[in-house]
Design a protein around this ligand. Sequence first.
Ligand code: ADP
Length: 486
Amino acid sequence: MTGRIFLKLITAATALLLLVAASVDFFTTEITRESYIDNLRQQLSEKARMLALSLPLDRESSPQLVRGLAEAAGGRVTLVATSGKVLADSDADAARMENHRSRPELIQAFHGKVGWSERLSATLGIPFLYVAVPVSGGAIRIAVPLSEINRQVHEIRFKILASTALAFLPALLLAALLARILSRRFTEITSYAAQLARGNFRARLKRPPSREFGMLAETLNDTAGNLQHTVEQLEREHAELEKLERVRKDFVINVSHELRTPLASIQGYTETLIDGAINDPAHNMRFLSIIRHNAERLARLTEDLLTLSRVEQKRQKFEFEMHFVNDLLRDALELVQPMAEKREVQLKLDPAPEDATVWCDSEAVSQVLSNLLDNAIKYTPAGGTITVGGSPQGQFMEIFVRDTGIGIPPEDVPRLFERFYRVDKARSRELGGTGLGLSIVKHLVAAHDGTTRVESRVNHGTTFFFTLPQDEPVAGHSLNPEFTAS
Ligand code: ADP
């Protein structure tokens, strides 16, 4: 993977460098050649003009003189008449040479200008640069072979290419280094993306120093963070749903179990009575009272279940009003007074400030207090005391029900408000409990934006606390937003 990316990058860099080298080669060759030829043309035209001064154009121009001048000028010299006839030539026999009328450089010279041309010599068969200047009666032409120029251009070209290659070498090395770094970064990022694809959202990419890769790494890390957050949230929701499902199943099992026992008892005793026990005065009344006891238990259970489901599903209608706390407490005490007397338990009021009020549904608070007082009386032995009171706590009024009863073991306290949770099942049933009283308390209090808590010491007593708002809450604003009933 790294190798492939590296190879691609280095190939691209080399191709780019070769392209640059080729264009540099092309332009420098062209420019150098042109400037050489231009220079040579200037020199030759000056030499030709000098020769025109010293070499009169007549038929007597001896080949020796022309050859001598050609040697001095460093080129081939040709004298041509206006007719195109070659009068003398330093390198060939003039008499054998063809008519030069159509030579481009000579056409221009015959028109009075300096003429030039670059081509293969018809006589010698090699490339030449020809420069011709006009003289009276014809033209003098001087020519040099271009092979020398080509050689020099090649030499310069070689030098330029060599120095370009030399200059490119570090560039190529740098490109290789860069390609290596880039390919490594790409590999890191692709392997990180593969990790994300496999679902590992906890992994994080180290931020590379370069800006672009840094931003990419940051974006990928952010994406991973968001995905991790979403996955964790989904996992939490899934766990919550599983918990709810477990609670629902437990609830169904508990309800059927709670219903089955009294129903079985009613069925059994009814059948016994029908089978003849109805006529047995020694037993019939006892059996009937057992049937009544179980029917009452069923009635209490269904009543509690209905209340709980209404409150839990927020179908319970509340009528919130301002109430004096002490009035609510006194009413509740009055209701349970007969039961307390029967069990020889003393009831006391620890009054809240006389003008203290709470914003509540009095029926609901009455049910909360009666459930708590019922329990307190049930779980306090004869001779004990139950105190009810209230004290303001910020925006709330905290109401308590304290008893001097059997207390609750610390390990049971956290689960006390769960549906059907009892510390001692048999004792609860014997005392006519449904196991739903505290759960109803918790939900009714929560419907008032309040909270519930308990303090207890085994064999010393228990205190239940719950809060109610002292004032009407501002519309749409919960006084206790963190509380959610479960
Ligand atoms: P129950 O109908 O069984 O009383 P509750 O939900 O009212 O159901 O109470 C749950 C359990 O909490 C009871 O079974 C009992 O074990 C314990 N409990 C409640 N109140 C008291 C209390 N004042 N003293 C001791 N135990 C208590």
